[in-house]
Design a protein around this ligand. Structure first.
Ligand code: IPM
Ligand code: MG
Length: 365
């Protein structure tokens, strides 16, 4: 039987609880569709700092590199707030992204119709946006540091230090992610919005130039441009009009939180981080480690279960199994099962815990 290798990084807080649910769901989908998994659990984030003194070990990275895909829960929590910036739990994510070459981050913001009441927006009909965030460049990975400075300001005070982080993008990096954006738009509603700050930033102006050069190769896609500040307004003003948004690492980080929130389904949103074809992708829920509810059974496993569904589709090419999981999640919602985070104003629902939700999905696969 075909057997896929999946590295499982539970991480911190509710991470291990939600990845455990997704692993059960993957096994069941595999059983139904005639393939199996070999799961390897490994540490990253705060739990790795506690055990090994660093958020990401070579061993974890090697296991991930030699797997077909990586399933990740969440990293971080207040316990590690005091650690040195160079070994914060979040560094594990950055190390995995650069170590695995995961330059393309797909963050779908989809409003489930059963959960529309939970959206903080009034009268919103539908939200189905795919944010394509560049993930291994820009200010996250640009030159950064501090230097001594003895400049005297107009009020007489002396600047002792300067600190800098640099936004830098090459033609190759921009072209690679823009092409992804165009291709995803072709597979969806054929609208691509490049979000940038081209009225101020030189790097953004290069993104625009390259996008307009590429556009004729995708004649079926309508390309438009939005400044990031305007985009943050328009996501609230007219969320239904967006299809695919392509943007830089930093803007994608910020806008994907906003897009997730307006769906009312933040506990439902999956993500995929992909590199070149043939390299392992990494799949994780958009929500964080939620340490306040860890161990209480309140965690909603659906975002991670939907991430597992993306894993099947994008890394393993098992679209039938992926569809099975997505349908099971929709049926579970339609049958009224809710964890507390998505109970909204709806009536006629059954409140379940992490295990109850996982069982409801498993029963529907
Ligand atoms: C995210 C997170 C990370 C990021 C942090 C935890 C490093 O906010 O995945 O969106 O900024 O990319
Ligand atoms: Mg973020």
């Amino acid at each position: 039987m075909k057997t896929y290798k999946v590295a499982v990084i539970g991480g911190d807080g509710i991470g291990p609880e939600v990845t455990a649910s997704a692993v059960k769901v993957l096994k069941k989908a595999g059983d139904k569709c005639g393939f199996a998994f070999e799961f390897t659990e490994c540490d990253a984030g705060g739990c790795s700092i506690d055990k090994y003194g660093v958020p990401l070990t070579e061993q974890t990275l090697d296991i991930c590199k030699s797997s077909d895909a990586v399933l990740l829960g969440a990293v971080g929590g207040p316990k590690w707030d005091g650690v040195d910036a160079s070994i914060r739990p979040e560094r594990a994510l950055l190390g995995l992204r650069s170590g695995l070459g995961l330059y393309s981050n797909l963050r779908p913001a989809l409003m489930f119709k059963e959960l529309a009441a939970a959206s903080p927006l009034k009268n919103v009909e539908s939200i189905d946006i795919l944010i394509v965030r560049e993930l291994t460049g820009g200010i996250y990975f640009g030159k950064h540091g501090r230097a001594e400075l003895s400049e005297t300001l107009s009020d007489g005070s002396v600047k002792g230090l300067t600190a800098y982080d640099t936004e830098e993008y090459s033609t190759a990096e921009i072209t690679r992610i823009l092409k992804e954006g165009f291709r995803y738009a072709q597979g969806r509603n054929k609208k691509l919005t490049l979000v940038d700050k081209a009225n101020v930033l030189e790097s953004s102006r290069l993104w625009r130039e390259i996008a307009s050069e590429l556009a004729p190769s995708y004649p079926d896609v309508t390309l438009d441009y939005l400044y990031v500040d305007n985009c943050s307004m328009q996501l609230i003003n007219r969320p239904s009009t967006f299809d695919v948004i392509v943007t830089s690492n930093m803007f994608g980080d910020i806008l994907s939180d906003e897009a997730g929130m307006i769906t009312g389904s933040i506990g439902m949103l999956p993500s995929a981080s992909l590199g070149s074809p043939g390299t392992p992708g990494m799949y994780e829920p958009v929500h964080g480690s939620a340490p306040d509810i860890a161990g209480t059974g309140k965690a909603n496993p659906l975002a991670t279960i939907l991430s597992a569904s993306m894993l099947l589709r994008w890394s393993l090419g098992e679209s039938e199994a992926s569809d099975l999981i997505e349908k099971a999640v929709r049926d579970t919602l339609a049958d009224g099962y809710r964890t507390v985070d998505i109970k909204g104003g709806s009536s006629d629902i059954t409140i379940v815990d992490t295990e109850g939700m996982t069982a409801a999905v498993l029963n529907r696969i």
